[in-house]
Design a protein around this ligand. Structure first.
Ligand code: 13P
Ligand code: SF4
Length: 435
């Protein structure tokens, strides 16, 4: 294969800087929402669920609300916040551990003791016996998971309580319980094994779901998966049940099951707003995987057109996308895998390569800066971060850490005991499931 001639170019990994430059007119790039430039301070006063890709989402009932951040943190410069976070962490030493998801902005990742995907961070939360507090720079369901896996006396802190996940909110516990009852009407008692020892349905939830949903799954013999172990988890489920109810992400469910050879006709969709989920009794009788009608607003933006354009403009380009992308996009890409898969694939490339990546922009920009020998760009030409991840502004991180220094725990995430026990069971099944 002919070597591609790639000129290393300086990349500012900060999506924040890029959005500020677009708004100031210093960059001709486009952003999905100019509101992002003003920071996360006003989110709670707006009727929507925040700016950016999930602009149209409605705030779910009972979603946690973030109170106003003291003004000193809202007006502080980037440099001042960096210094304050660094100082607070130094004072707290081993008493605190900061976890950062790959999709966090650069200014936050700079302070993380562990950076990883949701599976790695769940494991990191398990392995911090010395820390009194785990500050989780990610979204609400990840902090709940850390609370489930950490010791009861360890406080898990989410710097901005409004950092939710619009996909996780698409599967409410009421809708899932209602679906379960309707499935029992069709399949009979759902916990009764047949002659082969298989129950009619095993519920599988993506990590991107509330603790209440994980608890539901734990109570009903089911399991949690992440994008890095979805195949192993589906194999676990098929060894125990005739079929799987997979929520909330239809795309991860479809892409994984399809790669395992499940025909599309045996994957009906369950739309909680329709009777019987909008499926027919025949479809459900024949189903192998029932897919919940949920999706990620960030990964839904990737299209086959973008891949075709990347191939036309960069012959030899390697296209890697996250399995939360629609099936047609995954099929058109060269590879699909979790955030950590994407990172490792790029790290392992020995020859200069052009990579077009279909995942959240903060991770893509960071990889581009980290591996200047390659050309790495986001398939989506619009600078569009996950707007809920983006709510973890360094101002909130400085605030929660300085409160800890003052002996106060703010923004603690605690899963109630009755939910925690079965939710932990569902997570432990996942951690024990081996390929
Ligand atoms: P990972 O499981 O790959 O970290 O992805 C989490 C997520 O929220 C993707 O949108
Ligand atoms: Fe949720 Fe999508 Fe954001 Fe991941 S990228 S946290 S799935 S909204």
């Amino acid at each position: 294969m002919a070597l591609l001639q790639i000129q290393p170019r300086p990349v500012d990994p900060s999506v924040d800087h890029e959005i500020q430059a677009i708004v100031a007119g210093d960059s001709t790039a486009e952003t999905c929402a100019t509101d992002l430039a003003v920071g996360p301070w006003d989110f709670d006063r707006r009727p929507g669920y925040g700016p950016g890709s999930s602009m149209g989402d409605v705030i779910p009932t009972g979603a946690p609300r973030q109170g106003e951040l003291p003004a000193a943190y809202r007006v502080a410069s980037e440099e001042e916040l960096h210094a304050r976070i660094t100082a607070a962490k130094a004072t707290l030493g081993e008493r605190v551990v900061v976890l950062g998801h790959f999709y966090q902005r650069e200014e936050v990742v700079a302070h993380a003791d562990y950076v990883g995907d949701s599976f790695q961070l769940a494991n990191a939360a398990l392995g911090q016996p010395q820390a009194e507090a785990i500050v989780f720079c990610g979204v609400h369901f990840m902090a709940e998971t850390a609370d489930l896996l950490s010791r009861p006396d360890q406080a898990v802190i989410l710097p901005n309580l409004a950092a939710g996940c619009s996909m996780a909110d698409m599967a409410s516990i009421d809708d899932v319980e209602d679906c379960w009852e309707q499935l029992a009407d069709i399949y009979g008692p759902l916990d009764a094994p047949d002659d082969d020892g298989l129950v009619p349905v095993i519920p599988v939830t993506y990590m991107n779901s509330s603790a209440a949903i994980k608890g539901f799954v734990g109570r009903h013999g089911g399991i949690v998966c992440t994008s890095s172990n979805a195949k192993t988890v589906l194999e676990w489920a098929f060894a125990r049940g005739r079929r799987v109810l997979f929520f909330p992400d239809q795309h991860l469910g479809r892409n994984t099951a399809k790669a395992m050879g499940v025909p599309l006709e045996q994957m009906p969709m369950w739309n909680p707003r329709k009777p019987l989920g909008g499926a027919s009794e025949e479809d459900l009788a024949d189903a192998r995987v029932i897919l919940w009608h949920g999706f990620c607003s960030v990964h839904r933006r990737f299209t086959v057109d973008q891949i075709e354009r990347a191939r036309a403009e960069h012959p030899g380009v390697r296209v890697i996308v996250h399995p939360e992308c629609p099936m047609a996009v995954v099929d058109a890409a060269d590879e699909a895998g979790s955030t950590d898969y994407i990172r490792k694939a790029i790290a392992a490339a020995t020859e200069p390569t052009v990579f077009a990546v279909g995942t959240e922009i903060n991770l893509v920009q960071r990889l581009a800066a980290q591996y200047p020998q390659h050309e790495i760009f986001c398939l989506d030409p619009v600078v569009c971060p996950c707007s809920t991840m983006y709510r973890i502004h360094p101002g909130y991180l400085a605030w929660v850490l300085e409160e800890l220094v003052a002996g106060r725990v703010v923004n603690r995430i605690e899963v109630p005991g009755d939910v925690a026990e079965p939710a932990r069971l569902a997570l432990e099944r996942m951690l024990a499931a081996k390929p």
